[in-house]
Design a protein around this ligand. Structure first.
Ligand SMILES: NC(=O)C1=CN([C@@H]2O[C@H](COP(=O)(O)OP(=O)(O)OC[C@H]3O[C@@H](n4cnc5c(N)ncnc54)[C@H](OP(=O)(O)O)[C@@H]3O)[C@@H](O)[C@H]2O)C=CC1
Ligand SMILES: O=C(O)C1=N[C@H](C(=O)O)C[C@H](O)C1
Length: 246
């Protein structure tokens, strides 16, 4: 039985992860920590893996504390940057513990990001629309940011120029966020959960890659996959796709 702790256990994702771990035959939920609970080996109660879904402002500190407390860590919280990744990698190395940071555990999102990266060099234009529930605190979504980085990198490696855009006047920011040349539009709407569209355009054709996570349970197969595999992935791993045979 894999002993699992959940950090952010009272949150929307944390509660869903607790239920998923409790329903898994090969896992035991040994600790549930939330805001105000110190991350100590004692409070982790023998956990081998901690799953961290909190808020972007605290996630980095939590991850360092978890690694230092002697557990492998599966992180779903957003807001990670290249600098934060580098610091997590250093602590993972120093502690001999492993950490996975994944902006989206939904398999539909994993494949959306992969397909977008593959297609991006073959289209003149690329834009991203992410659509979420209105209780989300960050924009653009971590998934959209990850997608944009992958798209930008793929286009740069292929020598593809920036998407054409004649916009000169945009005083209200109607063109959305510009992430290294990829425009990202964030929708917040009651009734939605988590969705992304990558739009790719060429003269006379369009490709739309869309994924929909209709509920939080949809992230759980990916989270449990990571909990089962993290032991075998030394140091820092970025993205669930690295743990999948794709
Ligand atoms: N990777 C993925 O597949 C997914 C990622 N996410 C991301 O996961 C994160 C959490 O989302 P969601 O569950 O909706 O958010 P919630 O706000 O519902 O949950 C966050 C929880 O973390 C708690 N918390 C705050 N500070 C700390 C702390 N220092 N230590 C421990 N717990 C703390 C909050 O407590 P309090 O409210 O009292 O402050 C709250 O209970 C977000 O970044 C979101 O974008 C979401 C879905 C899927
Ligand atoms: O806050 C959410 O809900 C989600 N957050 C992640 C993100 O920002 O990409 C993953 C998913 O989109 C749900």
């Amino acid at each position: 039985m894999k002993k699992v702790a959940v950090v952010g256990a009272a949150g929307r994702m944390g509660r869903t992860v607790c239920e998923a771990v409790n329903s898994a035959d090969d896992m035991e939920l040994v600790a549930q920590l939330d805001a105000g609970d110190p991350i100590t080996a004692h409070n982790l109660n023998g956990a081998e893996v901690a799953v961290e879904f909190t808020v972007p402002t605290v996630s980095e500190d939590n991850v360092h504390a978890l690694l230092k407390a002697g557990v492998n860590v599966v992180v779903g919280t957003t807001g990670w940057t290249a600098e934060k990744h580098a610091r997590a990698q250093k602590t993972a190395k120093e502690t001999g513990k492993n950490v996975l940071i994944a902006s989206n555990f939904g398999l539909s999102a994993v494949f959306t990001m992969l397909f977008a990266e593959k297609a991006a060099p073959y289209f003149e234009s690329v834009e991203i629309i992410e659509l979420h529930h209105p209780d989300k605190v960050d924009a653009p979504s971590g998934t959209a940011a990850t997608t944009a980085v992958a798209v930008v990198e793929a286009r740069k490696n292929a020598g593809v120029p920036a998407s054409p855009d004649a916009t000169e006047l945009d005083p209200k920011g109607a063109r959305g966020a510009n992430l290294d040349g990829v425009h990202v539009h964030a929708v917040r709407l009651r009734g939605l959960n988590a969705h992304e569209e990558v739009l790719l355009g060429n003269p006379g054709e369009q490709l739309v890659i869309r994924q929909d996570s209709f509920n939080r349970e949809s992230f759980m197969p990916g989270v449990l996959l990571a909990v089962r595999q993290i032991e075998d992935y030394p140091g820092l791993t970025i993205g669930l796709d690295k743990m999948m045979d794709i």
